[in-house]
Design a protein around this ligand. Structure first.
Ligand SMILES: [Zn+2]
Length: 343
């Protein structure tokens, strides 16, 4: 009896292996309550974490849970800090104590820290990265492991230190361009220095602009469109209104957008209106229901990972088909998944 069960288990294992679907490229939007933390896992199991939430045990635990328990990783291969604010670089020190993190990337540590950057967090980052972090510039790429039988992956930085691809160091943040561009006051915070990046997997394209703000966003699309259209857009700066310049969003023409907002941070009404006004956007996902605005400024509950302020930190998963031609967006806690075609 026991023996036959054993044989059966083996047979099931073999058949499930041989029928295993080709692996997807997965993107997890981890809930760090209005901070940012996005995990990419390639079909070969190589991983990239972009930002690490706040300097709180809560965020390190949530990232660890998704990386280890959900994605089945044993380490983070590439860790990127888009900029030095505490809701982006905060969690990495606590996370790295629990989980191996191999390579560190950022936009460079300024020689003199502006008042919006916390010296303690910088010191902790220097220590955890052992001074080996790589500073990225616009135009740089990070190479992923490749296999000729698999869909091609490309990862490129398009903005860094308030410069976009092709700009000389020292170029101004504000460059008038476009018929309806009204610049906002020069952004002197580190948001403007955020890394902006494009991931492509076959025909699938994803843009993550960290907390880039209005003026730099405009330079990304005018006079030259440096990004092109994308399928998936992580709405900039948690959906803040001094970011998400309509010129950028209209140029990206995403089909799906994800807002990494908190219950009372980001997901602002003006940004929501911009997203609603772009015809190509089919679905707006939010990590949180924004409790500071009305239901009219929130996407329907089926597209929200966390409805209540007191939440379990549920994540949103995007699984891109192995051929890069379609992608499934899923809120696992709600058992809701929708498949979208790549344009
Ligand atoms: Zn932020």
């Amino acid at each position: 009896m026991r023996k036959s069960l054993f044989v059966l288990v083996i047979l099931f294992f073999i058949s499930s292996q041989s029928n295993a679907a080709p692996k997807t490229l997965d993107i997890y939007f981890i809930d760090v309550e209005g901070g940012a933390s996005t995990l990419i896992v390639t079909p070969l199991g190589e991983s990239m974490l972009i930002d690490s939430g706040f300097p709180e045990e809560r965020d390190a635990q949530r990232i660890l849970h998704v990386a280890k328990d959900v994605a089945g990783l044993s380490q983070i291969d590439h860790y990127i800090t888009t900029h030095w604010h505490r809701d982006h670089v905060g969690g990495i020190t606590l996370l790295a104590k629990k989980f191996p993190v191999k390579n560190f990337y950022d936009h460079g540590i300024p020689s003199v820290l502006s008042s919006d950057i916390d010296q303690q967090l910088i010191d902790a980052y220097r220590s955890v990265s052992q001074g080996k972090a790589i500073a990225l510039n616009a135009g740089d790429q990070i190479k992923f492991l490749a296999d000729r039988s698999l869909t091609h992956i490309n990862f490129r930085i398009v903005a860094a230190n308030a410069l976009v691809v092709g700009e000389e160091p020292g170029s101004p943040q504000i460059k008038p361009c476009g018929t309806d561009f009204t610049p906002i006051e020069e952004d002197k915070t580190d948001n403007a220095n955020s890394l902006g990046m494009v991931l492509t997997f076959g025909a699938f394209r994803f843009f993550d602009g960290g907390d880039l703000t209005w003026n730099v966003e405009n330079k990304l699309v005018c006079p030259k469109d440096l990004i092109g259209t994308v399928d998936l857009f992580q709405v900039n700066h948690h959906g803040a209104a001094n970011s998400n310049n309509p010129a950028l969003v209209r140029s990206l023409k995403p089909r799906v957008v994800v807002i990494d907002n908190g219950p009372r941070k980001g997901g602002e009404a003006k940004t929501y209106a911009t997203l609603k006004s772009v015809r190509e956007i089919e679905a707006i996902y939010q990590l949180h229901k924004n409790l500071a605005t009305t239901w009219m400024d929130n996407t329907p509950s089926a597209y929200i990972a966390n409805d209540d302020e007191k939440c379990q930190g549920e994540f949103i998963k995007v699984a891109v088909n192995a051929n890069g031609r379609s992608y499934r967006v899923e809120i696992p806690s709600k058992k809701i998944a929708t498949t979208y075609q790549v344009r």
